[in-house]
Design a binder for this molecule. Structure first.
Ligand code: PHE
Length: 360
């Protein structure tokens, strides 16, 4: 039996106390806050409380009534204390619930989206060029960016007095030491062409290779120059390779990269490691050949350097120029990206401004 049940049974022995019990329990029922509970408790059990006065009145009662009234009073006090405790716990529990509810994560809310990055425009252009040549049966080869004079210049038919070797163009890592036994220069490669020599040195034709990568030159940085830039190099060596193969291959490449509507043309040029040499132009992206500010009225944009591999280069790698012929080409990735996407300042490629990068 609970104390409350005991109280309700006991009170039947003193019906005149029923109103007091009912009022007391009723007063607690209506309490909605800790404050109200405390007020009700004081009104009932405090020094001047209604239940307290029951005990004060005991003195004037005859002994047999004293016992009954005292027992009912005690029961009532205990029940009130129990009720007060229960009500307090209840309210505290509800408050905790409410606080937790306010803190709870709403997992149904849409999350904050984090921007997903993507390939840098230069990486995309390299990838695209690579994909085109791989589709034509080429394989990809890479070489070191810190390169020996032999691969960067000498074996590419650039004798020691060649102007491209001058300090103005080349970033040297080590210059020849007159006392040292091994006086070879070490430099940051000024183009990706040394990879041609490295590949030919290791293998025999047929060879169809492209090598994308970084190159370095001692240039002032401005809208069209950067000390670090990217090239895609190509090399094909086989029996009976002709200038026709070179032109056909690069024309297909240009059409795939820039679109079928573009024309290409080859202009004679000079490179130490190719003979004959040429530069390839594509019809201007902006005016399609009519002449505009982008092509400076020419209608054409220079896109790459190329030529038939010079027999002297074959000499360095032990190929018989009577048996094999080949062509090579090299293009600047930044320049191609700038022309293709109408970018007028090379520096944006390296500044990592998300507003620029996310456009591509
Ligand atoms: N290496 C040359 C350059 O950097 C480009 C080139 C590569 C030209 C292969 C001809 C053949 O300008």
């Amino acid at each position: 039996m609970t104390l409350k049940e005991e109280l309700l049974i006991s009170v039947e022995e003193r019906p005149e106390m029923a109103a007091l019990v009912n009022d007391a329990l009723g007063a607690l029922q209506g309490c909605g806050s800790l404050r109200e509970i405390e007020d009700a408790r004081v009104r009932l059990l405090g020094k001047k409380g209604t239940v307290t006065s029951v005990f004060k009145g005991l003195a004037v009662l005859p002994p047999e009534e004293k016992a009954v009234v005292g027992r009912i009073g005690n029961l009532l006090r205990q029940v009130i204390e129990e009720e007060v405790d229960a009500l307090r716990r209840n309210i505290e529990h509800r408050e905790t619930e409410r606080r937790l509810a306010a803190q709870t994560l709403d997992v149904t809310l849409p999350g904050r989206r984090r921007g997903i990055g993507h390939r840098h425009l230069l990486a995309q252009v390299i990838e695209e060029a690579t994909r085109i040549f791989v589709g034509l049966g080429y394989e990809v080869a890479e070489g070191p960016e810190v390169e020996l004079d032999y691969y960067n210049f000498e074996a590419l038919n650039q004798p020691p007095y060649h102007p491209a070797r001058s300090l103005n163009d080349t970033l040297y890592v080590r210059r020849p030491d007159p006392i040292c036994d091994d006086p070879a220069d070490i430099m940051l490669r000024t183009h990706t062409s040394p990879v041609q020599v490295r590949v030919m040195e290791k293998r025999r034709p047929p060879l169809y290779v492209i090598s994308p990568g970084r190159a370095y030159r001692r240039d002032e940085i401005d809208a069209t120059h950067s000390a670090v830039f990217h090239q895609v190099e190509g090399l094909a060596v086989d029996r009976d390779i002709t200038l026709g193969h070179l032109k056909g291959t690069l024309e297909v490449f240009a059409h795939k990269l820039f679109g079928r509507e573009r024309d290409v043309r080859f202009r004679p040029h000079y490179f130490p490691f190719t003979e004959p040499s040429a530069e390839m132009d594509v019809s201007c992206f902006k005016c399609l050949g009519a002449g505009c500010s982008l092509c400076k009225g020419a209608g054409w944009l220079e896109i790459l350097g190329c030529g038939m591999v010079d027999p002297n280069v074959f000499g360095y790698v032990g190929y018989d120029p009577e048996e094999f012929t080949g062509f090579a080409f090299g293009m600047g990735v930044e320049r191609i990206a700038m022309l293709k996407y109408g970018i007028d300042d090379m520096r944006v490629f390296y500044e990592d401004d998300a507003r620029f990068l996310r456009q591509f």
